[in-house]
Design a protein around this ligand. Sequence first.
Ligand SMILES: [Zn+2]
Length: 464
Amino acid sequence: MPIRLFNTYSRQVEDFVPLEEGQVRLYTCGPTVYNFAHIGNFRAYIFEDLLQRHLEFRGFRVQRVMNLTDVDDKTIRGCRAAGIPLAEFTQPFKTAFFEDLDTLRIKRADHFPEATAADHIARMISMISTLIEKGHAYRAEDGSVYFRIRSFPGYGKLAHIVLDELQSGVRISSDEYEKENVGDFALWKAWDAADGDVWWESPWGRGRPGWHIECSAMATGILGPQIDIHCGGEDNIFPHHEAEIAQSECVTGLRFSRYWLHCKHLQVEGTKMAKSAGNFFTLRDLLEKGWTGREVRYALLSVKYREPLNFTIEGLSAARSALSRLDEWSRRIRELSDKAEIANAANIADLKKFRSALDDDLNISAALAAVFDVIRETNRQMDNNEISPSQARALSEWLTGIQSILAMEPEMEEIPTEVQSLLSLRAQARTNKDWKASDALRDQIQALGWTVKDSKDGQKLTKS
Ligand SMILES: [Zn+2]
């Protein structure tokens, strides 16, 4: 069975077939670094992480790009208010973003291009020049450049919007009088006083790129003119992704992305997350309240990306107890499997359901339900001594596979250096078959609060 994904473009669940066999070119819209990312942003990034990990689990080599928007209205406003240069303003938020990715165990993309990098700015300018040459864009009197949506018949197809509907009933606001059409969007914004010292030279005068062209330039610049999957939150569909398609395809003449995947919004305690409602959380807010990155990851991951997710404190508690059940079961299985040489999956629970649920448009809710079915069933069998070590080994191998996707292993407690050095002395003693020394070292380790056990894979340490 192939992997099947819901494509926003066709509004259908389709078989996933990449352009090049075994390879996936994946572009995911990243954060605008004017603030700390909030948990709504992270829901999308965790869904994309799940997608990447599942594709890799299924044998694809994924090449992923996630951009950082480090110049736009918000970042400019922020640096002007702080009275510091743009790069100085965005840097701490970039650093925080990477820390948050690690806390949430989100796999790093292969590339994190920054919009303000010289090579990307150059590519944006060159794409805009091509669009003007081909008649898809025009320069307005003030030096801004707009995309002419009328020139691209496919405009509106992703969001399923008819162009005429877009124009009816919309009044052209006074500051947009230079546009030919109200729906035309800015590719290049001419400098004005509010931009301060944020500007680049271009054939159309000083200015800065529009947000949409940033993503088109970074996606095609790094991944090539055609990509397999483009992801984002559902609020990115229009106009951002619609504009990305128009710009990219009018420059290259090729279909930009084959699949478009969008993650639904997140609500907090049943309402829209808003600072004014007091239900606005960054990851840092939740860590301060004593929740772990793993628990937040679980809460954000556990609902299918196309279902609305209501994020609640109750949901975090449920995540905590689900994880402790998983941990306890993992410990039991690993202990039993240590006694076996080979794995034997005969007569144990159905282990295929997890994978097939994810193949079905990343149905994580069903995949997790399958995991907990296996846990319930095999716990009962272990209680009755009905699971052999080799069956446990098969379960343990299955667990390794699902953890490569879920990334829900218990937080590793830092092993103190003293314990580490005793452990390596003990390994040496065991190689020399000095059992007396080995036992003495085990007691010393025990006295420091750690239990060491021996398995055929070597010494295993747990906190006692
Ligand atoms: Zn984007």
